[in-house]
Write a protein that binds this ligand. Structure first.
Ligand code: C2E
Ligand code: MG
Ligand code: MG
Length: 740
C-alpha cells in the first residue's frame, strides 16, 4: 500500500512535475505568441519578459532585456517614481493596477502603453510584480487628434458667425450659440426642440421640408432662403444650407441675411430711384440738348440769315452794296498789285418806274428778278452782279479794260433786247449803262461807282437805252446837279421861282379854255433853268413837296385874280410830280389851297403823267378818288409815252388826255405818227374823254388835229408859256365869249 502510496506519490509527483513542465511550456508559448508585452520585475530589474515586450522596447530578444533595470523603461527618474508612487497603494492591496503611461524605447523614443501590474505574491513586494503592456500609442495619438479636432470644432461652432444646428430627424441635437442668438433663445433652450418651432406657421415649415427633402435625400447640399420666426415673433430671413450626415442626422448652417436683404432692398429702391432720376435727368438733358441744338441751329440759321440779309439783296439774291464794296476793294487791291485793268458798269433801267406804277410792284419785282438772271448770264464767273436798290445794278468786272467793258455793255443791251415775260405781260424795256475804269475814273470803290453812276446819267441824258464811258464833262454835269440842288433849296425863299402860263385853245373855235401853269426858275448866277432839268433834282431831293405846294397856291391865286377880272370859265392846269402824287396829304393840301383862294374846284385841273395815272396801287387809286371827290379835273399828261392799259384807263377818273408833243412834232414827217395821233383821238372820243394835243407849233399840225376832231391844242403856235402879266391880255382877248 505504501508502495502503492509511494508509487502513487511518485506517480503524483511525476504527474505533478510533468504537469508543471507542460504548464510552463504552455505558459511560455502563450507568452511568446501573445500580442501584449509581459514582463516580470523583481527588485526593479527585469527578471523575465516575452518577445513582444522586448520588441515593443526595441530590443532584439527577450534575452537582451533580462537583468536590465526597470528604470530604463521610463523617460526620466520622476516618471519612474511617479509610477511607483501611483501603483504602490493598489499593488500593496493585492489588486491589479492599471494605467496608461508613456514609456521609453531603447532608442529614447516615447510611446504610449496601457499598463496592468500585479504583485506575484500579494502583500509581498519583494517577490516582484508582473506587468502586461499593450501598445496604445496609435490609439492615444488618434484620441488626442480627435480631441483637438473636437476642440477645434467646438471653437468653430462657438465662434462661428453663422448658426449651426445638428438635427436628428426633425429634432435639434445640438447647435452653436449663434444659432440660439439668431432665433432669440437662451443657451440650451432649443435642445431637442422640433424644427417646426423655428418657423412662423405650419405651412412655412411644411413648405421648407418639401423644398429641401428631394435634394437632401439625393445626398446633395440643399441651399435656399427661408423666413424663420424668432422667439419674440419677429421674422428673419436666412440663407440656409443643409446636408444629411447619415443615420438621420443632418447639419444646417444658417446665416441671418435680414439686414443684407433690407440693405439690398433699400439699395434696389435707391437704385430704382436713382435710375428713374437718371432717366428723368437724361430725358431732361436730352430735351435740353435738343432745345439747345435747335437754338444753335436757329442761331446759326439766324446768323447765316443775318449775314445773308446784310450782304445780299432779298429780292434778287444778288450781292448788295455792302458785299459789292467788299469785292470791289479786293478786286482793286488785286488790280493795284498786278496792274490788271478793272471796270465798273452802273446800270439803271429806263422808265422802270412806269412799269412799277402802271402794272404794280409785284410785276416790277418779278421783272427785276428776271433782269438779275439775265445780267448774271452776261458776265463771267468771277465778275460780280450787284443790285444797289430800286432799278440800279452794278457789274464789277475784274480784268476788263475799255474794250472788255464795251463788250459787256453790248451783251447787256442784247440781254434786254428780248421781251421779259411776267405773268401775262410781255415787257420790253431798256437800260442805261455808265462805265468807269480803274484807276483812271476812280482809285477806290466809292469813286468808281460814283463815276459809273455819273456816266449812267450821261447815257440817260443822251436818250437812254445806251451806254456811256465816264468823262470829265460828266463829272461837271454831276457837279451841276449838286449845284442845282443846293441852289434850289433857297430858290423859294429867295423868290427865284415863278409861274408861266400857256394857253389851251379850243381847236375849232380858237377860244382859250384854260392855261397850263409851268414852273420857271431864274437864278441870279445860273440864269434861267429849265423845269426839265430842275424838276428831277427837286424830286430826288424831296424839295418837290414845298415847291409843288407853292405852285398850287400861286396858280390858284392867279386863277382867282383872273376870275376877278371876269375870266370865270378859265381852267387852271397844274402839273403834279409823281412824288407829290404819292404823298397821302395831297388831297388835303389841294383842298386847303382851294378853300384858301376860294376858287371853284371844277376850274382847277391837275395833270398827271400817264405812268403815274396808270399805277394801280391802292394808294394811287385812293388819291385819285379823293381828288375827284374834291371836284378837281384830272388829265393825263404826255399821253402815249407810258404804258397805258385800256382797262385801267377806263376805270381812271380822268376827263382829258394830253397827247405828248413828241407825236405832234412828227405829224408832218410821216404817216405813222399821224396814224398814232389819229388812233389816240379816236380812242379818247370812244371813251368819252376830251383830248388835247401838246406842242402844236405849225398851222399844218393844227389843221391836221382839227381834221381829226381833237378838242384842244396847246403850243407855241398860239403862245409860248409866259408870265401872268404878259399872257393876261391874250387871255382876255381870246376868252371874251366866256366873260360873264
Ligand atoms: P409838260 O407838262 O408836258 O409841259 C409842256 C412842256 O412843253 C412845257 O415845257 C412847255 O414849255 C413845252 N411846250 C409847250 N408848247 C410847246 C411847243 O409848241 N413846242 C415845244 N418844243 N415845247 C412846247 P417846260 O415848261 O419846259 O416844262 C417841261 C416839263 O416840266 C413839263 O412838261 C412838266 O412835265 C414839267 N413841269 C413844268 N412845270 C411844272 C410844275 O410846276 N410842276 C411839275 N411837277 N412839273 C412841271
Ligand atoms: Mg403838263
Ligand atoms: Mg406834256
Amino acid at each position: 500500500m505504501r508502495d502503492v502510496l509511494l508509487e502513487k506519490k511518485m506517480l503524483d509527483e511525476e504527474l505533478s512535475s510533468n504537469a508543471m513542465a507542460r504548464l510552463l511550456r504552455e505558459q511560455h508559448s502563450l507568452l511568446a505568441s501573445a500580442d501584449i508585452g509581459v514582463v516580470f520585475i523583481r527588485q526593479r530589474r527585469v527578471v523575465r519578459c516575452n518577445e513582444r515586450f522586448a520588441q515593443m522596447l526595441g530590443y532584439a530578444s527577450a534575452q537582451a532585456v533580462q537583468g536590465l533595470s526597470s528604470q530604463m523603461l521610463h523617460p526620466d527618474r520622476d516618471a519612474f517614481r511617479a509610477l511607483g508612487r501611483d501603483a504602490y497603494p493598489t499593488l500593496s492591496l493585492g489588486e491589479t493596477f492599471r494605467c496608461e503611461r508613456q514609456l521609453c524605447k531603447r532608442d529614447g523614443q516615447l510611446f504610449w502603453v496601457s499598463l496592468t501590474g500585479r504583485l506575484v505574491h500579494p502583500e509581498d513586494t519583494t517577490e516582484g510584480s508582473i506587468w502586461t503592456l499593450d501598445d496604445i500609442h496609435a490609439q492615444v495619438q488618434m484620441r488626442s487628434q480627435l480631441n483637438s479636432i473636437q476642440l477645434e470644432t467646438q471653437l468653430l461652432l462657438d465662434n462661428a458667425m453663422v448658426g449651426i444646428a445638428f438635427l436628428q430627424g426633425s429634432h435639434l441635437q445640438r447647435c452653436n450659440r449663434h444659432f440660439e442668438l439668431m432665433l432669440g433663445y437662451a443657451p440650451g433652450e432649443l435642445q431637442d426642440s422640433h424644427a417646426r418651432r423655428w418657423f412662423c406657421t405650419d405651412e412655412a415649415w411644411q413648405g421648407e421640408a418639401a423644398r429641401s427633402i428631394p435634394t437632401l435625400s439625393a445626398g446633395h447640399v440643399f441651399s435656399g432662403e427661408s423666413t424663420l420666426c424668432r422667439k419674440d415673433g419677429n421674422k428673419i430671413i436666412c440663407e440656409v444650407r443643409g446636408k444629411v450626415l447619415g443615420k438621420g442626422t443632418s447639419v444646417w448652417i444658417l446665416m441671418d441675411i435680414t439686414e443684407r436683404k433690407r440693405a439690398q432692398e433699400a439699395l434696389r429702391k435707391a437704385h430704382q430711384e436713382l435710375e428713374s432720376l437718371v432717366q428723368d435727368r437724361t430725358s431732361a438733358l436730352r430735351t435740353a440738348t435738343k432745345d439747345l441744338d435747335r437754338e444753335i441751329q436757329g442761331r446759326k440759321y439766324d446768323q447765316e440769315r443775318i449775314y445773308w440779309l446784310a450782304h445780299y439783296d432779298a429780292l434778287t439774291g444778288l450781292p448788295n452794296r455792302t458785299l459789292l464794296a467788299q469785292r470791289s476793294q479786293q478786286a482793286i487791291r488785286a488790280a493795284q498789285e498786278s496792274g490788271a485793268p478793272l471796270a465798273v458798269l452802273f446800270l439803271d433801267l429806263d422808265h422802270f418806274k412806269h412799269i412799277n406804277d402802271s402794272l404794280g410792284h409785284r410785276v416790277g419785282d418779278s421783272l427785276l428778278v428776271l433782269i438779275a438772271q439775265r445780267l448774271l448770264a452776261t458776265v463771267r464767273e468771277y465778275d460780280t452782279v450787284a443790285r444797289l436798290g430800286g432799278d440800279e445794278f452794278v457789274l464789277l468786272l475784274p480784268g476788263a479794260n475799255a474794250q472788255g467793258a464795251e463788250r459787256v455793255a453790248a451783251k447787256v443791251a442784247q440781254a434786254f433786247a428780248r421781251a421779259f415775260q411776267v405773268g401775262q405781260h410781255d415787257l420790253t424795256l431798256a437800260c442805261s449803262v455808265g462805265v468807269a475804269l480803274h484807276p483812271h475814273d476812280g482809285a477806290n470803290f466809292d469813286a468808281l461807282v460814283q463815276s459809273a453812276d455819273t456816266a449812267m446819267y450821261g447815257a440817260k441824258r443822251e436818250g437812254r437805252n445806251t451806254y456811256r464811258f465816264f468823262t470829265s464833262q460828266m463829272q461837271a454835269q454831276s457837279m451841276r446837279v449838286l449845284e442845282l440842288e443846293n441852289a434850289l433849296r433857297r430858290a423859294l425863299e429867295r423868290q427865284q421861282l415863278s409861274l408861266h402860263y400857256q394857253p389851251q385853245v379850243d381847236t375849232s373855235t380858237g377860244r382859250v379854255l384854260g392855261v397850263e401853269a409851268l414852273l420857271r426858275w431864274q437864278h441870279p448866277q445860273l440864269g434861267a433853268i429849265s423845269p426839265a432839268e430842275f424838276i428831277p433834282v427837286a424830286e430826288n431831293s424831296g424839295l418837290i413837296w414845298p415847291i409843288g405846294e407853292w405852285v398850287l397856291q400861286t396858280a390858284a391865286h392867279q386863277l382867282k385874280q383872273w376870275r376877278n377880272k371876269g375870266l370865270l370859265q378859265l381852267t387852271m392846269a397844274v402839273n403834279l410830280s409823281a412824288r407829290q402824287f404819292h404823298q397821302p396829304q395831297l388831297a388835303d393840301m389841294v383842298r386847303r389851297v382851294l378853300q384858301h383862294t376860294d376858287v371853284p374846284a371844277q376850274n382847277f385841273e391837275l395833270e398827271l403823267t400817264e405812268s403815274m395815272a396808270m399805277s394801280d396801287t391802292h394808294s394811287a387809286l385812293t388819291a385819285l378818288q379823293q381828288l375827284r371827290d374834291l371836284g378837281v379835273k384830272i388829265s393825263i399828261d404826255d399821253f402815249g409815252t407810258g404804258y397805258s392799259s385800256l382797262a385801267q384807263l377806263k376805270r381812271f377818273p380822268s376827263y382829258k388826255l394830253k397827247i405828248d408833243q413828241s407825236f405832234v412834232r412828227d405829224i408832218d414827217k410821216g404817216d405813222a405818227d399821224k396814224a398814232m395821233v389819229n388812233a389816240m383821238v379816236r380812242m379818247a372820243q370812244a371813251m368819252g374823254l376830251r383830248i388835247t394835243a401838246e406842242g402844236v407849233e405849225t398851222e399844218q399840225q393844227l389843221h391836221f388835229l382839227r381834221s381829226l376832231g381833237c378838242d384842244e391844242v396847246q403850243g407855241y403856235y398860239f403862245s409860248r408859256p409866259k408870265p401872268a402879266s404878259e399872257i393876261e391880255g391874250f387871255l382876255l382877248q381870246k376868252s371874251q365869249l366866256y366873260r360873264c
